[in-house]
Design a binder for this molecule. Sequence first.
Ligand SMILES: [Zn+2]
Length: 453
Amino acid sequence: MIKIYPEIDLLIKCDRCGKEFQATSFHLTGMHILSSGTCPECGAYELFKEMPTSAGLIYATVIRGSDGNRVDDMPFQNWYISSLSIAFRNKNRENVEIKKTINSKARKQKLLLLNTVDSTYGHSVFNLFNLDYYRLKKEYHLILLVQTELLWMVPEGVDEVWEVRIPFSKAGSWSESLSAEVDKEMRRFEEAFLCMAFPQPSDEGVRIEDYTRIRPFPLNEWDQRLQKPTITFIWRTDRFWKPVLPKILDNRYTRKLFPRTIKGIRGSLQFKWILKFASELRKKAPGMDFAVAGMDTDKRKLPEWIKDFRHSVHSDEMARKLCERYAESHLVIGCNGSSLVLPSCHAGAVMNIVPHHGWSVSVGSFVFRYTSIADTFYRYCLVHSETSIERMVKIAVQILRDRSMIELIAGKPWNDHDAGLPAGEWARFRKGIFENTRLFREGEGLISIASNK
Ligand SMILES: [Zn+2]
């Protein structure tokens, strides 16, 4: 955690004389959290620096108060870095509504702030998981800043919750009213600290039930539940991994000139692709329960045998229903990003179809549910976007049908010398796994076939 009141524990380097000086003002503006000050040597102009939390931990951008231009020494830029100058030059002077809920009346002298406000849903969820660490710090009055869409996920043990009613599309802007409200609050305490939120906190400790109150897919019931292999496909029309239209038709010019036409054609080709995938999978796994989820306004009707979890706006009830569905799912299939974070917390396995440019951010979509390394690796699967429907179906079937083989060979209790299992247990479990083959019409990957004796 970083001290922010009465002193601010942040040094800023002056771009004119090179002197490092201590920041004197704190600004929690939304996604961007900064401290500022003026160089005591040359007194040039006020400099603003990102506080080391969330993305600011990695991108310690410094901008000049005179014009918002960058003056740090990072030899690169990206959307996050650039968004700070834009936010600074276009300060939002509208009042951001904040609804405060105080859960603890204990009078404490030290304040601790955890900000989860972000312009990306997945980043906000990851910021929230930092609570695993900070809610145990009982000597501090912990205030959590959270957007409305995540409010239902706030766990027990938070002294005070500020519901910040700002949409994701505006959370990257510089809110003067939010900054003023935080500033006023911290002055009520003897000392105040900002949580250092990691952009992706360790997933080893995340107990998703504490957040969603939904028990994740019971991995020890994998095979029993294969009577009805359950698969959920997350459809993001804005991020379909497969370029379903040639570039000559679908490029940034045509999208600008004919946005509705291009969106319409893309949508219908994507829809066809998903139906084809689901139908082919059903041929191999006739007992399956298949659903399509995803946030979109697409109204195309799904066949009766596919459950429809698509929705156009957030509601807590829908968010809960979705997590329940993920927790029933052996396998969730989707494409890189925010839409895989909660599924990977709840489902048995996740197949991430990675677009050609997205490999470096692909595993960042996962919150791993750890078992053995082999089994974890098997259940969180990356598939490249060029993969055909036929190949994807075969991979999905093998994840469903054969997962217990991975457990038997490389997981506990099977490879634990101290487990004390009777000698016949391995063979008994292996016979049980063989029963799974009857539920699927697929021979690929089978290492045993029914004997003729
Ligand atoms: Zn200076």
